[in-house]
Design a protein around this ligand. Structure first.
Ligand code: UDX
Length: 441
């Protein structure tokens, strides 16, 4: 099939590349000419395992193309994906300006029947707005072609996006016509070879499915973080409680790891947006609001433990931070707990020595830009040189089984604050460490 993907961000680039991998002819479009030039030269704007190899391969084979010229490629396409950003507006709702601007461009360019797919995470009812915007442009031009608007939310995990796309748990498609449903089914058939993972439904339910999935996962995390905080108070161990409840397959083991709060591009934004969508429909989403509040507080739990140990004033103290990215396997720092924790420590006068395998540039140039008293180092042990404690914030594999003797040698004090409960199995207290974790006092 001939496919156009508008937006070469995380979702657009992964989707476009994976469609091309399955033999489709894909053109990825972006208004950012620098980005497109880089992509043409094989330079990717994001780090995602396996993506670069797949991009290079499909560019070489002629299946994958990049351009800034939507008008040139659209008339020929059978399906166009909208995968532009929906940043959080000031009031917490998703800002639709980019989605609707793209819809307008589509209306200005199409000549024959096309399927327009909303891939971006958009509030319920957006497909109707996209449809109306395109129709308006067609009317202005006096063009009478039919077109379909489809909702096809993505469920990609950063760090595992290629795998999630190539072997999805499910493909949710909201459609209003048999024609569009058949075409979408054909497009996704190669991704659902083992069994049918294609779930067709009405458009609004598909739009809502995305928010419900992310809100459910965020709820599991906030629930467990709250249980962990209570465990600390009552003398229980959240790690044991996690195993105890996870063994019930109605609950399951996944997404019940207590930690320093969820971050990333999806959960914080989507939970907020869902709350807003409910509000706009005169419903007060109490549970969703609590999920958000618990998470905001959770991001500071580790900082609070540090303050409890070293005092309110952290002047003269240095902390070695392991991990800046919001989770392992990515250089993404959006809403990362590290941002909040580091800012809190620096505000109290502390010095930071930070190491992350991938996210240092992001931190320096964007998320922690301009903040003094942070030194970025090139190795995990360097971050600990003469530091008062190790603070682990992202559970990268290289932090999982470190050389504890080396940690002790480098640190001024053998103290570890473990925001991801990575070391509770190592009996490190017996090795002479003072150990602070989440969910066990
Ligand atoms: C998520 C969804 O998983 C994906 O389906 C959706 O499309 C986009 O949002 P992602 O943001 O890449 O993907 O990250 P994910 O791996 O789901 O983790 C989100 C956050 O939750 C991370 O900050 C992680 O550290 C935290 N988390 C996860 C916990 O704190 N505890 C857990 O048990 C699981």
């Amino acid at each position: 099939m001939k496919i156009v993907v508008i937006g070469t961000g995380y979702v657009g680039l992964v989707s476009g590349t994976c469609f091309s991998e399955m033999g489709n002819h894909v053109t990825c479009v972006d208004i950012d000419s620098k980005k497109i030039e880089s992509l043409k030269n094989g330079i990717l704007p994001i780090f995602e395992p396996g993506l670069e190899t797949m991009v290079l391969k499909n560019v070489a084979s002629g299946n994958l193309h990049f351009t800034t010229n939507l008008h040139e490629v659209l008339p020929d396409a059978q399906i166009v994906f909208i995968a532009v950003g929906t940043p959080m507006g000031e009031d917490g709702s998703a800002d639709l300006q980019y989605v609707l601007a793209v819809a307008k461009s589509i209306g200005q360019a199409i000549e024959k029947r096309i399927i327009v797919v909303d891939k971006s995470t958009v509030p319920v009812g957006t497909a109707d707005k996209v449809k109306a915007t395109i129709q308006q442009e067609l009317n202005n031009r006096g063009v009478t072609t039919e077109f379909d608007v489809v909702s096809n939310p993505e469920f990609l995990k950063e760090g595992a996006a290629i795998q999630d796309f190539m072997k999805p748990d499910r493909v949710v498609v909201g459609v209003a016509s048999d024609y569009a449903m058949e075409k979408m089914r054909q497009l996704y058939a190669p991704f659902c070879m083992s069994h049918d993972r294609f779930i067709a439904m009405d458009i609004r339910s598909a739009e809502m499915t995305k928010y419900a999935a992310n809100a459910m996962l965020a709820t599991k995390i906030s629930f467990m973080n709250e249980i962990a905080n209570i465990c600390e108070k009552v003398g229980a161990d959240a790690n044991m409680v996690r195993i105890g409840i996870g063994s019930d397959n109605r609950i399951g083991y996944s997404f019940i790891y207590p930690g320093c709060g969820y971050g990333g591009s999806c959960f914080p934004k989507d939970v907020k947006a869902l709350k807003k969508i409910a509000e706009e429909h005169n419903y007060k989403a109490q549970l969703i609001t609590a999920v958000e509040n618990v998470n905001d507080a959770q991001k500071l739990v580790i900082a609070n433990k540090i303050v409890a140990k070293f005092g309110e004033n952290l002047q003269g103290f240095t902390f070695g931070i392991w991990g800046l990215a919001f989770k392992p396997g990515t250089d993404d720092m959006r809403e990362a707990p590290a941002i909040y924790i580091i800012k809190e420590l620096v505000k109290r006068g502390a010095k930071i020595q930070a190491y992350d395998p991938k996210a240092t540039v992001e931190a320096q140039t964007h998320y922690l830009k301009g903040i003094e008293n942070i030194t970025y180092v090139a190795s995990k042990y360097q971050a600990l040189e003469n530091a008062d404690a190790l603070v682990l914030l992202t559970e990268w594999k290289e932090f999982r089984s470190p050389d504890f003797d080396e940690i002790k040698t480098q640190l001024k004090n053998p103290i570890i604050f473990d925001g991801r409960n990575q070391y509770n199995m190592f009996n490190i207290e017996e090795k002479g460490f003072e150990y602070y974790q989440i969910g066990k006092a």
